[in-house]
Design a protein around this ligand. Structure first.
Ligand SMILES: N[C@@H](CCC(=O)N[C@@H](CS)C(=O)NCC(=O)O)C(=O)O
Length: 215
């Protein structure tokens, strides 16, 4: 039975799942939902995800939501050692960075900085609040930067769930009109990820197309 992903492909959390699926060469079907496509307020969707958010992954009669849990499931079920190291100490470091990103970076970057840039008109936007959120992301990425020194990937020598969790955010971070501190290792990591076909296809989208008029 083919894997099924619910969610519009402009959603960063859907992009994360699509990137992981392609890295694992897994065929899937994607169903547009959320945003202008709607569909999240039906009783059927609530049985898939009571939070009424995208993405959801269906695998036969099993389903899972929360993008981080979905990519973890894909690695566990189909990775055969890819995306999720066998070594338990490396594994915990992958988990460490993935959780760190979700707790410390995601909200400031996506909710605090990105969404106001596409969903609020320039006239109504609180530029100081966007700059403050971007500043907090910069401080977080200054913590990440030395961890990437001398490494192609965040943990070990292969792409992991941690690269996907944080890497999905990098395209928006480096293409948004915000201030950024000097982050040589994070910038080089973004450049390396940018050479991967699955990253280019799913994550490196022109997000300015999502802007409301006047944004
Ligand atoms: N923590 C959740 C966040 C899910 C989430 O906020 N999804 C957004 C899109 S990125 C959503 O469903 N928004 C409603 C919509 O698109 O209509 C995850 O990682 O899956």
């Amino acid at each position: 039975m083919m894997l099924k992903v619910w969610g519009r492909d402009t959603s960063i959390n859907v992009q994360k799942v699509l990137w992981a699926l392609d890295e694992l060469s897994l065929p899937y079907e994607r169903i547009d939902a959320g945003g202008a496509f709607g569909g999240l307020d039906t009783p059927e969707y609530a049985t898939l995800n009571p939070n009424r958010k995208i993405p959801v992954l269906e695998d036969g009669d099993y389903s899972v939501w929360e993008s981080g849990a979905i990519i973890q499931y894909l690695a566990d079920a189909y990775g055969a050692g890819r995306l999720w190291p066998e070594n338990v100490k490396q594994r915990a470091l992958v988990s460490q960075w993935a959780r760190w990103c979700h707790i410390n970076v995601y909200s400031d970057l996506i909710v605090g900085a990105f969404q106001p840039l596409i969903r609020v008109t320039a006239a109504e936007r609180d530029d100081a609040a966007v700059a403050a959120a971007a500043g907090r992301v910069g401080k977080s990425f200054e913590i990440l930067d030395p961890a990437l020194h001398g490494h192609d990937f965040l943990v070990g020598n292969q792409l992991s769930v941690a690269d996907i969790e944080i890497g999905t955010l990098l395209h928006r971070y480096f293409t948004m009109p915000i201030g950024r501190p000097d982050l040589p290792n994070v910038a080089a990591w973004y450049e390396r990820l940018s050479t991967r076909p699955a990253y280019r296809k799913h994550v490196m989208q022109d997000w300015t197309l999502m802007k409301i008029p006047g944004a």
